[in-house]
Each structure stands twice: as structure tokens, then as C-alpha cells.
Design a protein around this ligand. Structure first.
Ligand SMILES: [Zn+2]
Length: 265
């Protein structure tokens, strides 16, 4: 048994109890109909286990191939409808356990932060990163994308996405980047509370649509909010993340007539 599979087995047991920590990017197990936990298939971002093959790797991943409301999508300004209310972000300072899970760097955060979407409260569980961005704005990728993953009382998921632009100057990510675990399975603990609103742009104009997890099992019914202003990350920080994960974005998925809303603020 490799160290990887030992780690996966441990993670599986935890995931069965706290499924939301596995959403977003990092599902390593799923609940079978009998309630037992079982491991799911290895997946990646290239080659034989890459995105075009996800649906064939496991029957649990079928939605990755047959789903009609998948993420990410292009945020096409011309196709967007100006409608709806903005989501409300209520983030408190959090402590976090930062994990390199082989797909992303994910910070599992302490309780108390919420996102309110159309009157429903979702609790923040974790945030993590993709390189380059998964969503595009009018066809253009940002250097990176950050996903804040939330869950409501029914287990439904809402994700707040922030596009990250590479530019020199002040970066809100400097402290966090000192804690990126370099090895798969590595982790570090942020014991000093961090203010998550520092990772958000001041302008909260936003795109909203219904989509899916962007990683296996590609579960649909996810409420997406993508802020249309970017936050800054330095070119050096992008390069450091690329050293860990050279590429971690699922290709764009067809919108299939889904409505894309835009809310100005
Ligand atoms: Zn993600």
C-alpha cells in the first residue's frame, strides 16, 4: 500500500461524515446506497485520467459526461441578463487547516462564516485554488481562481468564485502562500485568524448561474456566484503555485441555454 492510498483510506473515513469537505475539488469517497463509504476512482487534469475521461473512470462520475448543467462556463457579458439580488457575504476571521490533497491546496476553515443566496444561508466549509482560472470572462482566463465552498442545512452547495489576476504590487495572499504544503498529503495549520474578506475584491458585481462541481463527481445543483472584479496575486505567487499544480482547471462546459445572471453593485 502506497502512502497515497493509506492517506486516501483515512480521508475516506472522514469524508463519509463530513461530505462537504470533499466537495469542490476533492472527493475521494462517496456514500454508497447502503451508507457505506467506498473509494472512488483516481482522476487528474491530463492524460488517461483527465477531464475528457472522467465519466468513464467510475459510474459515480457519470454526470461529468451526461450532465447538462455543468461548470465551469464562459461568463459572456453579452449573454448575461441584468437581474436578481447580490449574494450576501458574512465572513468572520477563521483559523484553517491547509491541505495539499493532490488536486489543489485546500483550506478547511473554522465555523461561523456564511453566504446568503436568495434567502438561504450556506455555511463556509473550505476554500481552494485552480490554475489557470476555470471560468473565463468573454473567453479570457485569469491566472488563477479561488473557490469558497459552502453548504446549507440540506447539503446543497453554493460556491463563491474569485478570479485572480497576476500583477506586481501588494498581494493579500503573501501570508497564506508561506503555508502552502509542498507535498501531496502535506498540511499546515493557520492558528492566527485570517480575514477572508481580504481575498475578495471591493467591488462585488457578480455573475450567477446554476452549475456543478468542477471536479468528479461533477454533481449538479450547485449555485455559482463569480465576482466579476479580480483580486491581485503576484507573478511570483502564481509561479510558486504552478510548481505544485502545473494545471488544475476543467475545460469550459456548454451553457445549454442556462440563464446567466449579472448583478451590478
Ligand atoms: Zn474548485
Amino acid at each position: 500500500m502506497s502512502s497515497h492510498s493509506i492517506r486516501t483510506a483515512v480521508v475516506s473515513a472522514v469524508v463519509a461524515l463530513t461530505a462537504v469537505t470533499a466537495t469542490g475539488c476533492t472527493a475521494t469517497a462517496s456514500a454508497a446506497p447502503d451508507g457505506a463509504s467506498r473509494e472512488t476512482a483516481h482522476w487528474s487534469y491530463e492524460g488517461a485520467t483527465g477531464p475528457e475521461h472522467w465519466a468513464s473512470l467510475s459510474e459515480d462520475y457519470a454526470a461529468c459526461g451526461t450532465g447538462r448543467a455543468q461548470s465551469p462556463v464562459d461568463l459572456d457579458e453579452d449573454a448575461a441578463v441584468e437581474t436578481g439580488a447580490p449574494v450576501a457575504v458574512h465572513y468572520r476571521p477563521v483559523t484553517a487547516e491547509v491541505v495539499n490533497n493532490g488536486h489543489t491546496v485546500q483550506a478547511n476553515v473554522s465555523a461561523g462564516s456564511t453566504l446568503v443566496v436568495d434567502g438561504t444561508t450556506y455555511r463556509l466549509r473550505q476554500f481552494h485554488f485552480h490554475l489557470p482560472s476555470e471560468h473565463t470572462e468573454d473567453g479570457e482566463h485569469a491566472a488563477m481562481e479561488m473557490h469558497f465552498v459552502h453548504e446549507d442545512d440540506q447539503g446543497d452547495v453554493a460556491v463563491l468564485a474569485v478570479l485572480m489576476k497576476a500583477a506586481k504590487g501588494h498581494s493579500a495572499f503573501t501570508d497564506l502562500w508561506k503555508h502552502l504544503p509542498a507535498e501531496e498529503g502535506g498540511q499546515s495549520h493557520l492558528t492566527r485568524p485570517i480575514d477572508l474578506t481580504r481575498f475578495l475584491p471591493r467591488d462585488r458585481g457578480q455573475y450567477r448561474y446554476e452549475g456543478s462541481l468542477t471536479t468528479p463527481p461533477c454533481t449538479e445543483g450547485v449555485k455559482w456566484t463569480v465576482l466579476d472584479h479580480e483580486v491581485r496575486v503576484t507573478p511570483g505567487q502564481v509561479a510558486a503555485y504552478r510548481e505544485l499544480f502545473p494545471r488544475s482547471n476543467r475545460p469550459l462546459q456548454p451553457r445549454n441555454g442556462r440563464e446567466l445572471d449579472h448583478v451590478d453593485r
